[in-house]
Design a protein around this ligand. Sequence first.
Ligand SMILES: C[S@@+](CC[C@H](N)C(=O)[O-])C[C@H]1O[C@@H](n2cnc3c(N)ncnc32)[C@H](O)[C@@H]1O
Length: 223
Amino acid sequence: MNNSSGVAPSPEVARFLRENCAIARKKGEAINLDDCCYGKIHRGGGFAEQPSNYYYFLAGIVNHFELKRVFEVGTHYGGSIRSMIRGLTDQKSRDESLYATADVTFYNAEAFGHYPDTLIRRFHGDAGAAEEVEKVKKLFGGEPIDMLYVDAIHSYDGTALHVNLYANALRPRFLVLDDIHLNHEMERLWNDMVKIFGDQAYDATEISGRGESGFGVILMRNS
Ligand SMILES: C[S@@+](CC[C@H](N)C(=O)[O-])C[C@H]1O[C@@H](n2cnc3c(N)ncnc32)[C@H](O)[C@@H]1O
């Protein structure tokens, strides 16, 4: 991955991200995510019936930056992508939006059957496979998207593969990475992102409420 964003690295960019992520968090807290549960918990077991804390941040980012074209790698039960779409609070922005998510599993089809979740396109397959990338690229018509959210494999190579494939194919304005502090490999990946993107890479762990797992927001281009 290289930084061809054209964004001039500067303390201004860092401040832009810090301030706007804080506003996004506040806006997200006002959004009702009651039915957006995480589902089966990977680490530690159990089933989360409640929205995860960072879902409010994701919904707030969508709302604050008015993100209309979003792709997620790692659907799981759909809690995160369904939270994001709740950030589209008016009918006009929903009408103009295109949201998609991919996973090797296909849980919780019932929840996706109710409006506004019916607006979300689901891909069932390995997001790292060339044919899946092509399908997603085709859906978005080869035009840049607003946000790529990667939350699938928590290894260096697995996440780097997804980031590279979809950042190249979809040219997102924002790249959001979950679990950047989850383990040594994810920590190393985030450190590399910071080396490449400098002030454009914002560690949003605290503001997102992600606890020890970590959450990163990278501004890939200005608009
Ligand atoms: C941590 S969960 C996603 C959680 C979800 N984003 C949320 O916040 O509610 C990670 C998901 O990535 C999926 N996954 C792992 N490898 C994948 C791959 N190569 N392609 C697509 N999905 C993958 C797993 O099946 C799992 O459901």
